[in-house]
Design a binder for this molecule. Structure first.
Ligand code: KG4
Ligand code: ZN
Length: 340
């Protein structure tokens, strides 16, 4: 079966085709970075409108790339939440309509489940059970994953998500939008050991995170510095190291707590080289297996949604052929995803 995947939860329109026999056939993406850059962040209404313009041409593009007719599509998977309500509704309306027109089932996908399963698009696949560290712009969490749909949240951010902290800190340092990759690039020319930042909530037990205080600490340090280019890089590096270290410490705890031998890293911040390197080093020291997606599948994309759709449909996940649809802007990953 060929599944069409549609991702439109935030500022990227991601479209893909996944075939149960041949794997990923094609994927494409339109990023709205330029559209939102002038406002310093995502403007929800502009995001929705842009998804409307982009989705259909991108769907035509993947069909062409894959060399198939739309009649070959056997199911449609779309992100139904969490995310921006207007943006989600665009993907849901288009996904449902295409499925209805073709007379095939449509299925709602949880955006973070898409991220969580993205490492399975690679050749070397993690085996269940495993611990997943999901680090995106909207969420930071450690999840005990028993199988597709069986998720227990072990810990999560009490305030800013890791990606959000990167974005806001980058803005404070005058680095622009989108902050994560720009700050990471700036940190590359930073000098180690100039600043030492706290590792929030690592001095007490538990697996929750808090990055809001670290952001303020970074701002105060920056305001006291001479604000040279080198200082900007030094502060960026100290901030990144603090986030990476904090995530790594909690991952180590989660591995000990669950006894699992596999760690999966996913979500936009998992594209961060420093984080990948730190966790790879940790995995080697501690003797556990580490999996993460290729960089383009760390950030939002249609491939993870098409793949999650295929996995769910092939396991009897609920789907329907009617025209009723909705979106769920707030949707905990540990509720309502268990397959029968
Ligand atoms: O998963 P994602 O594409 O969208 C959400 O689901 O939120 O994650 C986007 C987040 C943004 O906050 C972005 O700044 C961050 O991931 N990000 C990074 C890097 N690339 C993307 N953060 C740190 N280092 C990076 N290389
Ligand atoms: Zn995402």
């Amino acid at each position: 079966m060929i599944v069409l995947g549609i991702e439109s939860s935030c500022d990227e329109t991601g479209i893909a085709l996944y075939d149960s026999d041949r794997g990923l056939l094609a994927h494409t993406l339109h990023s709205q970075i330029e559209l939102h850059a002038q406002y310093g962040g995502v403007v929800p209404e502009l995001a929705s409108r842009d998804h409307i313009h982009r989705a259909i041409p991108l769907i035509e593009e993947v069909l062409k790339q894959a060399g198939i007719e739309k009649s070959a599509i056997g199911g449609v998977a779309y992100t139904a939440g969490p995310g921006l309500i207007g943006a989600l509704l665009v993907g849901a309306a288009i996904g449902r309509s295409i499925a209805y027109g073709l007379g095939v089932p449509a299925i709602e996908i949880h955006h973070m489940e898409g991220h969580l399963l993205a490492p399975m698009l690679e050749e070397a696949q993690p085996e269940f059970p495993f611990v997943a560290l999901l680090v995106s712009g909207g969420h930071t969490m450690l999840v005990d994953v028993q199988s597709v749909g069986e998720y227990e949240i072990l810990g999560e951010s009490l305030d800013d998500a890791a990606g959000e902290a990167f974005d806001k800190t980058a803005k404070m340092l005058g680095l622009g939008y989108p902050g994560g990759p720009i700050l990471a690039k700036c940190a590359e020319s930073g000098e180690q050991g100039i600043y030492k930042f706290p590792r929030p909530m690592t001095d007490r037990p538990g697996l929750d995170f808090s990055f809001s205080g670290l952001k303020t600490f970074t701002l105060n340090t920056w305001n006291r510095s001479d604000k040279s280019e080198q200082d900007r890089a030094n502060v960026s590096l100290a901030f990144q190291d603090a986030v990476v270290d904090t995530l790594a410490i909690k991952c180590k705890r989660a591995m000990q707590q669950t006894g699992h031998d596999t760690l999966v890293l996913a979500g936009g911040v998992s594209a961060n080289k420093g984080l990948r390197e730190k966790l790879s080093q940790f995995a080697e020291e501690q003797g556990f297996k580490l999996f993460y997606p290729r960089p383009e599948f760390c950030t939002d994309n249609g491939a993870m949604i098409a793949y999650a759709g295929y996995l769910r449909m092939s396991r009897g996940g609920s789907n329907s052929e009617d025209l009723t649809f909705s979106a769920t802007p707030r949707w905990p990953i540990d509720s309502g995803l268990k397959l029968a």
